[in-house]
Design a protein around this ligand. Sequence first.
Ligand code: ADP
Length: 594
Amino acid sequence: MKKKSSLSHLFEYAGKFKYLTILSWILSGLSALVALLPYIYIWKIIKEVMDVAPNFNQAQNLAHYGWMAVIFSILSMLIYVGALMCSHIGAFRIAANIRSRAMHHIVTLPLGFIDEFGSGKLRKIVNESSGATETYLAHQLPDRAGAIATPIGMVILLFLFDWKLGLLSLIPVILAFLIMMTMTGKQMKQKMKEYQDSLERMSNEAVEYVRGIPVVKTFGQSVFSFKKFKNSIDNYSKWVIAYTKDLRKPMLFYTTAINAVFAVLIAAALIMTQNGVTDTFLINILFYIIFTPIISVTLTKIMFSSENAMIVEDALGRIDSVMTIKPMENTSLSILPKNNSIDLNNVSFKYKNSHTYALKNISIQIESEKKVALVGPSGGGKTTLANIIARFWDVTNGEVKIGGVNVKDISKEDLMNTVSFVFQDSKLLKTSVFENVRMAKPNATRKEVINALKAAQCSDIISKLPKGIDTVIGTKGVYLSGGEQQRIAIARVMLKNAPILILDEATAFADPDNEYKVQAAFNELSKGKTVVMIAHRLSTIVDADKIFVLKDGSILESGTHKNLLQHNGMYAHMWEEYKNSVDWTVKKGVCQYA
Ligand code: ADP
């Protein structure tokens, strides 16, 4: 039932290649049937030899039979090659369709989702999961078709020759089949699941363990502090041993039964020939002795093919986890913002996997070209609010307007041309600095890119890079600090020159020079624009037109720096603390250098 569903699931991506995949099964089954024919010819050779014995020179058809065996072997192989060609074309097309459909879907998703999911994980799902279906479709399924066709052909042949012997040779096969069923039955499936779960837990703990190595080293602890990892290994080994032990007996009986066809046949032959041997009987039993080894090979093939089906099911599940995420809502309207103001009317927002609201009834009006700052304790909702304005997420309730137009009614392109953002973990691509900056405006000239880099205070970065702006980021020996990466990202936004800016100030800088330059770049970038800044160092926002203090998803207070100090609320308290920490840093600096 499950296998069928994952197959129909795969076919949803197949289009007309579905027929090619089905053709591959038919050809593979046919190839398996043709592969039985050489056995008949080999048996015919033995029969003729026995018929004419001891006058072997009377045998006339030996060469003919021999050639027929060869021809059918080759024919079977050729049909199989044809089957594999069809199955591979189908498999690659289906994998390509999964990738392309997943990618098309991903671009319709809210940007916040991609951020939250992690681009690495997304890449892994799209690439590896679609890859996992390839082996299944290209090899496993056609092989299974062959593995099913062989016993059917065999049963027909076995009964055609001597139904009594045919029936006898089937007894161990049926026994083996029954044992195999117990091995893949419900109870075993449960065991298999527990085993898989413990394997997964162990891998997760291993990742945690590797992540924690710096902590262990720093604090001089022993690896035994990773009790959870050790427990997960113990647990895993417990399951493996239990699972193996449970399989020991059935596997023993299965292997014995599947290889016992000879024993049954020979015992039967001995009983049947108690009253003398007839030539026909002897020749027929020879046929069975030539033929029956295929049984064990085929059954074993069927047994192992179910393993791969589980991997495919899992891969399709992962792809589904992406495909079932709802795309961004888009109306057919495409209205241009009238100006560069931002309005939030009664906005509430809840993350999908969260019980509480990250933003609660927020109403904010920001006029064109005003600079506002968002401050407050960590987890207060600053990032969420900034993301909502850039439409990384759609609001749960209320509305966000840009230039008087609901963001949902602005086309994606127009919105991106109106709003730019610089977040802390600015992502640079593995390409040249020039290309990284030009991404924002593909038709920009080299001069424009250089000017943007200059305005973003990147001159010192460029001069130290081996090939200047043509240096490829991420290549050996090219290292850019977080602040430097952020400055290049600022240059990118500078080049785009969108009228509304969302900035997330970096929390920590490696050195004061970098801090100064990023600040200068921000100032240059902000000129003449509407700016929403998530501020961590309060000194940068004393001149802001308005400051919003966010706590637990609500605006606690708002006003200018001066107003808020007079109000003597949370902001005044934060300012006091900030001043103390700065004093402390300065004093510490003095001490160090004294
Ligand atoms: P701030 O930027 O002020 O530190 P955030 O906007 O990051 O605050 O977070 C606001 C609230 O939303 C916090 O309670 C946080 O735990 C929650 N939150 C943030 N991101 C997610 C997410 N991707 N999924 C679920 N909850 C989230």
